[in-house]
Structure formats: C-alpha cells, structure tokens
Design a protein around this ligand. Sequence first.
Ligand code: SAM
Length: 342
Amino acid sequence: MHTIALADIQKQVALLQIAERFFDSVTLFALFETGVFKILSSGPKTLQEIQENIGGDEESLRATLDAAVALDVLSKQNNRYAASESTLDCLGREDSPAYLGEWVALLHALASPLFQLGDAIRTGSTPGALFEDMSGDNIPAKRMTTAMDAYARSRGIEVAERLDFSQTRRLLDLGCGPGTYSIAIVQQHPHVKATLLDFPGPIAEARRLAAARKMEDRLEFVAADAMSYTPAEPFDAVLVSNTLHMIGPAGSLELLKRCYQMLTPGGRLIVQAQYLNDDRVSPRWPTLLSLIQRVATPHGRNHTIGETKEWMEQAGFQNVKYVRFSVWNVCSCLIGERPVHS
Ligand SMILES: C[S@@+](CC[C@H](N)C(=O)[O-])C[C@H]1O[C@@H](n2cnc3c(N)ncnc32)[C@H](O)[C@@H]1O
C-alpha cells in the first residue's frame, strides 16, 4: 500500500468541504425545528437548561449543539451555548423584521426531495411533490404560503415602491400566494383595488394574513385555477409574481395568453420573477430555484429574462421592458402592454 501524498490529501480536503456542506443545513434545521434559537434568544444557556425547555434525547441534543459550535452556527463559552444576535433575529425572534423562520422551514421540507435529485435526473420523476396539494387549507399549502410571505415581506415591497400604479384601478394578483405584494401595492396606492387569485389552500392563508394586517376589506379573494378563470370585468394590470417557474415553458405561454385576455386594451402585465440571466448559470439563487422546481413540480423550471420576454411577445404583449430592483433583491420585473387597438 502506498501512503497518500500531501497533494492528494489536499485535493480530498477541498472536495470534502463541498461534500460535507449539508451538515451546516441539517444542524441549523434541527436547532430551528426544536426551538433552540427561540430559547437562546433570552441569552446563553447550558445543555441542561436547553433540554429542560425542549425535552427529548439529551445525547442527540448535545451532539447537535456541539456540532453547531464546530460549524460556527453557535458558540460556546463557560459551558453555555449562544447564537449571534443576527441569527437570533432571523430564527429566534418572531417579532423581528428580519425573521425568516417560515422560509427556513420550507427549505427544510425541500431538503429531502433535493437529496433525490439524482433520481429526478435518471428517471424524470418528481421526488417531492410538495406544491401539488394546494386544493385545501392543509400543512403543505400553509408552509409554502407563509414561506412566500416571509420572503416577500422582507424584500418584496420594492414592487410597490418602484413601479407606477397611477393609472391602475383594478389589479389582478394571479398566483398571489400570501398576497404580500398586493397588500404592499394597495397600502402605497390606495386607489388600487386588488383581486387575489390562487388555489383554495393559499387563498385561505392569504385571507388570514390580510386579516392579521387589517387589510382584508381592501382586497377581493378568488379561489380558482388561473387556467380556467374568466373575470367578470377585465383588469388594468395583472401581476404574475414568482409563478411561472412552477409551471414550465408550455404552461407559462398558456398562462400569459390568458393574462392577455384578462386585461383591458392598453392594460399592463407585470411578470415578477427571480430571473436567470440569459447565460443560465447566474445569479446563484435563481439556478437553485430551478433545482427546487425539478424535484417538487412535474413541469417547473426557472426561466431567463430573454425567454420570458419572448413568451410575453408570443402572447401578444408589446413594449416589453425589464426593470431591476436593488442589488439585494433577487426579484426583478418584465412589464408588457396589451396594445390599445387589439
Ligand atoms: C411561488 S408562489 C408565489 C406567490 C406570490 N405571487 C409571491 O410572489 O410571493 C406561486 C403561486 O402560484 C400559484 N399557482 C400556480 N399555478 C396556479 C394556477 N394555475 N392557478 C392559480 N394559482 C396558481 C401557486 O399555488 C402559488 O401560490
């Protein structure tokens, strides 16, 4: 047997740094799921103090806490475990504006199907049809919808601030999920009447969130499949936000054609998305969003700015323009018009 050369060990170490990255996620998910961050939000605690609060198996808890320290998720001093203030704002304090717990819970639910990505490649299967049952007020629908709200409320308000809604009276938020964007638009532009449309599960959650924010009376809710919905009256603007990636290219073109029919001549379609650049390998998050769709939806995948513009033009929209938001916002918009004489 040959001894392994230092250069080969260095190659292995570099490779293992990639292969072992999932340990970061699993410790973070376990600490969040068991409520450890909430407990640490009042200050550093010993193993016994944490265990008294959450119960369960002491050795598994100790192993997770110690690994979390080794991975820099937690720190340990004088036998007490602690989390940084920024981690606690994101995962321990529900009233913090930075709180992201619902989004991390969705990522946790996605981890198991993502570990079966190889199956999706080999067989074209959908290992975790997490988004499939949106027909009722159930756990997957609530988990997804509250996660969208966590994402949108922290960085999504720009759509209301940066786009011009001065000519918009009737807005349809198609595939509204939690309705966070519509709430922001209606708050900033009180003359806008927004109709929120989604399947029954997300609509039930959207109603609850709107009621909690005392906005229920300012919004109309429609539980329906957008592919078969015909409005009684056309809209001045339709917002399709972060929805096309769930339904894939053929579904997207069909949906955009339906949007065209739902608009008044001269009306606007706003397609907000976490767009891939036309090179398809950047930015980082949109490429990962595509992986999520491949394991959790039958036809979904993320889409580029260029191909979305083409779909909009094929559906009949004109003057399609691209609007970027701040550098920290992964979302951006394409806006097209239904021609006035159409
Ligand atoms: C990823 S969520 C985005 C939610 C919200 N628009 C946002 O940007 O935060 C996509 C939403 O589109 C909805 N959706 C997908 N296909 C739909 C259809 N055919 N009819 C109605 N809603 C649909 C899903 O149920 C889901 O709530």
